[in-house]
Design a protein around this ligand. Sequence first.
Ligand code: Z5A
Length: 211
Amino acid sequence: SNNKSDSRGALIVLEGLDRCGKTSQCSRLLSYLEELGHSVESWRFPDRSTGVGQMISSYLTQKSQLDDHAIHLLFSANRWEKRSLMESKLRSNTTLIVDRYSFSGVAFSSAKGLDLDWCKAPEAGLLAPDLVVYLDISPEKAAERGGYGGERYEQLEFQKKVALSYQMLRDDTWKVIDATLPVEDVEKQLRQTVLECIQICEKGKPISELW
Ligand code: Z5A
């Protein structure tokens, strides 16, 4: 229906390899939408500020070791602990730009060799994004950008496996943008797609769940 009360914010997710430019694009998009007068917030997963997030952070910075299944479930739990807030934000007309989501969870864990369906299971029931943008860059090109830190997963050989996992997860609802283009060109394409998505959500597109 076109009821004003059905209007809601959009759930927009950016995905891609390390160094693909997600963080830069999320902050540019945030400023752009704010300037247009939209109610919008920028989120990221992992959210390292929560208790679960601190365990994840300690794992990523190699301060702790965890079984591959255990860390997978922590990443998922980190999304579940934000689910109700996410839903209330969307229902109160706030658009969320989210840097990484369930697709990262599945891509990174399955790249370690965990079963794909097992990886997807704990994500079921989380909110489905209205738009997934994949910032497409080869692992080699991403590595050239430098700034690979000392975090776990920030290695070329592993990023190659992650790229293959993302290929399996991608479907034709995803918007793929060439992330090797200049920042402004990526930004321009992103703005266009995002504005279209926000409009559809304003018209009352129902909220749905993964998968
Ligand atoms: N992980 C997981 O295993 N399971 C999960 O469920 C989730 C995550 C949610 C930490 O995530 C790790 O957790 C991550 C996945 C895993 N591991 N890896 N790899 P994170 O979000 O904390 O870290 P990250 O996603 O890797 O973020 P990042 O390092 O900040 O990368 P980025 O956001 O993609 O890139 P950026 O900072 O915007 O840009 C990178 C550099 O490229 C920078 O110098 C820019 O100036 C430059 N840049 C950006 N755009 C361009 C263009 N267009 N041209 C040239 N240069 C550019």
